[in-house]
Design a protein around this ligand. Structure first.
Ligand SMILES: Nc1ncnc2c1ncn2[C@@H]1O[C@H](COP(=O)(O)O)[C@@H](O)[C@H]1OP(=O)(O)O
Ligand SMILES: [Mg+2]
Ligand SMILES: [Mg+2]
Ligand SMILES: [Mg+2]
Length: 323
C-alpha cells in the first residue's frame, strides 16, 4: 500500500511508527534509571537540560527517517545524534496510508526538497529530569514531536505520548492538513462549563502570569493548570482545555511545528501572542520569541489575542538579533 501512497502520506505513516519507536527508546532509558543529564547552557539563568533519553530518541528518529527516505531530506532536531540505539524503524502506519485518497490535491506531489521535518525527540525534559519520583502524572507530560513543514508552514504532525494510562504503547495523535487529526478516539468529555488554560510549569515568568491574569479578568481563563511540555499541553486542549498560553520566550520551532498541525486539524489555532503565524523554513530563527498562543476550536482565538495586554506583546519581539 505504501508504494501507491504519495510522499506526504508515506512520510507521516513512517513518522507515526518512528515516534512510537522513539517512545520505546525513552521508556527503556527511563526504566534503566541513569539519565546522564547535562546542561546545554540555556539563556543564562535557566538551565537547558538534556538526558540520555533525549539523545537516543533523536538518534532513533533521524537514523530511521534517513533509512526510509534517504539522506537528502531536511531534518532540524533539538538534539544531536550522539547516543546510539539499535532501534531503527522502517515501518508505516497502515491507517495513514489508507487515507491517501483524502490527501488534498495541492499536497499530493510536493517536492521533498521543500519539506523541513522538525524533531523534538523528547518534549518535557525538565519535568522528568527534575522529578524526585517519576509518577504517572510526571511521565504523562513526555511527548515525542515530529512536525512536517512545507514552504515554511506546517502541513502535518505527530504527537506521541509514550506514557498514557498504562497503555503499553501509549497513544499517538497525527494530522495532515485537509485530512484531519486522528488518534484521539478515547477523548475525555469536554469541559466547556469553565475555561481551563494550560501553561508552563517550569518556565514561568512575570509576563506569563500577567497574561493569565488579564485573561482571567476577561473570563477567558477560569482555571490555570501548570503542566510541562508543549505537546502535552496540546493534548490537554484536545481533551477539553480552552487554551495554551505562554507569554514568554524559550519555546522553539520543534516544540510547535507538530502541535500546530495537530491543533489546526481539529479547527483550533496556534500563533504567537500577537497573532503572528510562525515560520518553519530551513534557516529560520529557532526560538518562538513572540510567545505561543494555542486555542481550541470552540473558543475565539481573537478574543484571547485581544485580551493579552499590548505591553506584554511589545516586550516580546518577533525576531531576535541572533539565534
Ligand atoms: N527557557 C527554555 N529553555 C529551553 N526549552 C524551553 C524553554 N522554555 C520552553 N522550552 C521548551 O518548550 C517546552 C514547553 O515549555 P513549558 O513546559 O515550559 O511550557 C519545554 O518542554 C521545552 O522543550 P524540551 O522539554 O523539549 O526541552
Ligand atoms: Mg520541547
Ligand atoms: Mg526536547
Ligand atoms: Mg530541551
Amino acid at each position: 500500500m505504501w508504494m501507491r501512497s504519495c510522499f506526504l502520506h508515506r512520510l507521516v505513516a513512517s513518522s507515526v511508527k518512528i515516534s512510537e519507536a522513539a517512545g520505546g527508546v525513552i521508556k527503556d532509558i527511563l526504566c534503566d534509571g541513569d539519565l546522564k543529564i547535562i546542561d546545554k547552557g540555556g539563556s543564562g539563568k535557566t538551565a537547558d537540560l538534556q538526558t540520555e533519553a533525549d539523545r537516543a530518541a533523536q538518534y532513533c528518529i533521524v537514523k530511521s527517517l534517513h533509512a526510509v527516505f534517504g539522506d537528502k531530506i531536511t531534518i532540524i532536531g533539538e538534539e544531536e545524534t550522539t547516543s546510539f540505539t539499535p532501534r531503527i524503524e522502517k515501518g508505516f502506519c497502515s491507517k495513514v496510508l489508507s487515507l491517501n485518497d483524502k490527501c488534498p490535491e495541492n499536497l499530493r506531489d510536493i517536492n521533498p526538497e521543500d519539506v523541513v521535518i522538525w524533531v523534538d525527540p523528547l518534549d518535557g525534559t525538565v519535568e522528568i529530569a527534575n522529578a524526585a519520583k517519576k509518577s504517572a502524572a510526571v511521565l504523562a507530560q513526555v511527548t515525542v514531536l515530529i512536525g512536517i513543514a512545507y514552504r515554511g508552514r506546517p502541513i502535518a504532525g505527530v504527537i506521541h505520548q509514550p506514557y498514557y494510562e498504562g497503555r503499553e504503547n501509549g497513544r499517538t495523535v497525527w494530522a495532515i492538513n485537509g485530512v484531519g487529526t486522528y488518534g484521539m478516539d478515547y477523548v475525555k468529555e469536554d469541559n466547556k462549563e469553565q475555561k481551563i488554560v494550560v501553561t508552563t510549569r517550569s518556565h514561568g515568568t512575570s509576563s506569563v502570569d500577567a497574561a493569565l491574569d488579564a485573561l482571567n479578568k476577561k473570563g477567558l481563563a477560569d482555571t490555570v493548570v501548570r503542566v510541562g511540555g508543549a505537546g502535552y499541553k496540546v493534548m490537554r486542549i484536545l481533551e477539553g482545555a480552552a487554551a495554551y498560553v505562554f507569554a514568554s520566550q524559550g519555546c522553539k520551532k520543534w516544540d510547535t511545528a507538530a502541535c500546530e498541525a495537530v491543533i489546526e486539524g481539529t479547527g483550533g489555532r496556534l500563533t504567537d501572542i500577537s497573532g503572528r503565524l510562525l515560520n518553519y523554513e530551513k534557516g529560520v530563527q529557532l526560538n518562538n520569541t513572540g510567545g505561543v498562543l494555542v486555542t481550541a476550536c470552540w473558543v475565539d482565538h481573537q478574543d484571547y489575542l485581544n485580551s493579552i495586554p499590548d505591553a506584554l506583546k511589545e516586550a516580546l519581539p518577533e525576531f531576535q538579533a541572533k539565534n
